[in-house]
Design a protein around this ligand. Sequence first.
Ligand code: PGA
Length: 277
Amino acid sequence: MIRSMRPVIVAGNWKMHTTPADAGELARTIAARTCVDGVVRVLCPPFVCLAAVRDAVAGPDAAAPDGSGVAVGAQDVHHEPAGAFTGAVSAPMLAGLATWTIVGHSERRRDVCETDELIGRKLATSRAAGLRTILCVGEQLAEREAGRAIQVVDGQVRGCLAAATPEAIVAGDTLGFAIAYEPVWAIGTGRNARGADAAEIAAAIRATLTALGFPNGGEDVPILYGGSVASSNIDEFMAEPSIDGALVGGASLKPDEMAAIVARAGLTAAARAAADA
Ligand code: PGA
């Protein structure tokens, strides 16, 4: 499989921003300004804003694999489908609200001590519920400076994928499973990684997926870059053949930024489509 067949994805992670009163308007504005052929768009608002965003973008069914609509994603999900877990939200509960989930974000690893094993269970329960899932991995600054970035990310990927078979994770959906490489030191800092460094990690991730027995050697799993992505640096990542889009935090709350980021990603999508033709 050649890389041009992989979809291009731009996902916005709104983190703990917006309210049910204003999320719909923001989503509607972003959706209207990011209608670009070939780019799969996903907006991930806080749980309490999922319904407002769903309504604003005309429902999760708009998550057409061809990228014609904006999909809605949850920023996290519990690792069990139901039970006595106060304050938690399970994957089956998201039916009708979201079609995507993010698991393993570094802020959750940091703030609530999520482990690879737990994140793997979140991935498995998401996929079992039919939710498309973005798994986040990435090294700390000290780990990169010690020359251990590839080793750390390889360990995270293996740890998170231990709970389910590659076939169950992919489940025949080209958008079912994506990985976001997000170096922790680049998140929210304004200090993005270099495109070449992100590409090196993406290649290492695909080598891990190959070793784990992913269909087609993991070549068809989209790998996104995340960490201070903005309109000013998105080109650097989209220029890398191994990078298939971006997970955008702060800039995803700004319609101007999202419009520019998706437009630039659209150029890559068009180039890939032309290469396939
Ligand atoms: P940032 O966040 O774009 O604000 O750095 C990215 C992320 O946390 O996914």
